[in-house]
Design a protein around this ligand. Structure first.
Ligand code: FMN
Ligand code: SF4
Length: 479
């Protein structure tokens, strides 16, 4: 299947210009990382190998994985951090490698708040800091509401993170204000239960985020790229139906307008207020992987036994799946379609597991899950909008940009499956021969195993799959 236009006219390959940054095409690598770095938060060669794969594969920019601005805000050990000046040389080296491929590197400045998947030994006896002292409802992560002094300290930690990213020669920063992490915990009407000036009205709930933006601008000036990832709709009750639903699209549009006025250069649209969430990353919840690898995360919260039963006992799993899939049904009205998936476009052995008709259904279900919301936000702001969620078909991506749903798309799993997806699009492919099936096996493996694509149907055999996953360790730091 080939593209219906020449590359010269193809919007996918037109540069996107932000106030302080130009990216050479419309495909961003979305935030994704495995536990490739050192335990203490210093980076290493494996991370460089990982990011190099995508730069080499042709994406215009990489938006980094969750990068903690404080150790207390870490979600998992073995993620490189930006909490100290001595982290700068590693990030500088990483930026230099990525830049060799005309690819930009945007660092995601992050803080877990109460969503601390595996606290790590240095956080073990400390409750996570949050906007609230109420335990998170899905995993049961415990937390305590931040004092005003702790809020101010954290605002300054974000600003210092931005300064370090700039000193490292990176191309910009993204605030991780989506997916249920600390900033969402402040923004959310479903989570934030404060009585001070950081809680209550939307204006008060947005105060923490807007103070961070102000502090970053004071620290790095107006000429450094700053974008924010936001959950357009929270669906805070997606898994536990009796939770408060949280922020609406209208709330988020208002927050985006305030962010634009405060000096944010772009919005990255996501969804949900926990991670993982039924809509982010969209796709299946893989039972076998949950049985094998989810224990580590379950034992971080206090709902361990309940969730252990739900994941382990075949009779109870349908209850979990019913809860998990409920919200997906509300979002299946697709605004656009890509080209039809023809059998000859898919690899023969892959089709023994996933037929072209099944692949078509998967694309219809999961591609562009947040696109309608991105379009609504785009109508209400003047800065570019990047949308995440399920994109992997050139004809579909092209229409999203041509028809003004967003200005660029960000892709995570389909790029893990096909690191060279952008080159494939350029060569005329509409969909890779072995596409990502949205099985989410990578997501659950990532807790304990190296990140990579774990969908066996995409490989000839399991040896080939493991060999491909292990390429991230080559070159090793020492030979
Ligand atoms: C293993 C894994 C790790 C992720 N890590 C992050 C992260 O660190 N920060 C973030 O904002 N989103 C993270 N995401 C979400 C992705 O950036 C993306 O928004 C989501 O997977 C939907 O895009 P996709 O359908 O192209 O995968 C992660 C997703 C996966 C599967
Ligand atoms: S394991 Fe592979 S096919 Fe499955 S969601 Fe992850 S990248 Fe896609």
């Amino acid at each position: 299947m080939t593209n219906d236009m020449t590359n010269d006219n193809d919007i996918i390959f037109q540069p996107l210009t932000f106030r302080n940054l130009t990216v050479s095409n419309r495909i961003f690598r979305s935030n994704i990382s495995g536990r490739f770095d050192n335990y203490d938060g210093s980076g290493n060669q494996v991370r460089i190998n990982w990011e190099q794969k995508f730069a080499q594969g042709g994406v215009g920019a990489i938006i980094s994985s969750f990068t903690p601005v404080q150790i207390r805000g870490r979600i998992l050990p073995n993620y490189a951090t930006i909490d100290r000046d001595d982290r700068i040389p590693f990030w500088r080296k990483l930026g230099e490698v990525v830049h060799e491929y005309d690819c930009k590197f945007i660092m995601q400045l992050s803080h877990s708040g109460r969503q601390q998947d595996v606290s790590g030994v240095e956080n073990l006896n400390l409750k996570a800091l949050s906007s609230t002292s109420i335990t998170e409802s899905f995993h049961g992560f415990e937390c305590q509401a931040m004092t005003k002094a702790e809020i101010q300290e954290t605002v300054q930690a974000f600003a210092a993170g931005a300064r370090r990213a700039r000193e490292a020669g990176l191309d910009g920063v993204e605030l991780h204000s989506a997916n249920g992490y600390l900033i969402t915990q402040f923004l959310s009407s479903g989570i934030n239960d404060r009585n001070d000036e950081y809680g209550g009205s939307l204006e008060n709930r947005a105060r923490f985020l807007l103070e961070i933006i102000k502090a970053i601008r004071q620290e790095v000036g107006d000429d450094f790229h700053l974008q924010a990832k936001i959950s357009a709709v929270e669906y805070n009750n997606a898994v536990i139906p009796w939770e408060k639903p949280g922020n609406t699209l209208e709330d988020s549009i208002q927050v985006c307008q305030w962010m634009e006025a405060a000096g944010v250069d772009a919005i990255h649209v996501s969804t949900g207020s926990i991670f993982p969430h039924p809509l982010n990353p969209p796709g299946e919840f893989p039972r076998i992987e949950a049985m094998r690898w989810y224990d580590l995360m379950l034992s971080s919260g206090i709902h361990t036994f309940r969730n252990y039963l739900l994941f382990r006992f075949p009779l109870l799993y349908p209850i979990f799946l019913f809860l998990w899939n409920r919200v997906q049904k509300q979002t299946q009205d697709q605004p656009i379609q890509g080209l039809e998936v023809k059998a000859q476009a898919l690899n023969e052995s892959f089709q023994r597991f996933v037929s072209s008709e099944q692949m078509q259904e998967l694309l219809q279900k999961y591609q562009g899950v947040s696109l309608n919301h991105a379009a609504e936000i785009k109508k209400q702001v003047n800065i570019p909008v990047i949308c995440t969620g399920g994109f992997q078909q050139a004809s579909y991506i092209r229409r999203t940009i041509q028809e003004n749903f967003c200005d660029a798309v960000s892709i995570a799993r389909p790029l893990v499956a096909n690191n060279d997806l952008v080159h494939q699009f350029k060569a005329g492919k509409d969909l890779p021969e072995r596409p990502c099936t949205y099985c989410n096996k990578c997501l659950l493996n990532a807790l304990e195993n190296p990140l990579g694509c774990y969908e066996l149907s995409r490989y000839n055999n399991s040896d080939e799959m493991i060999a491909e996953i292990m390429t991230v360790f080559d070159p090793a730091p020492f030979r």
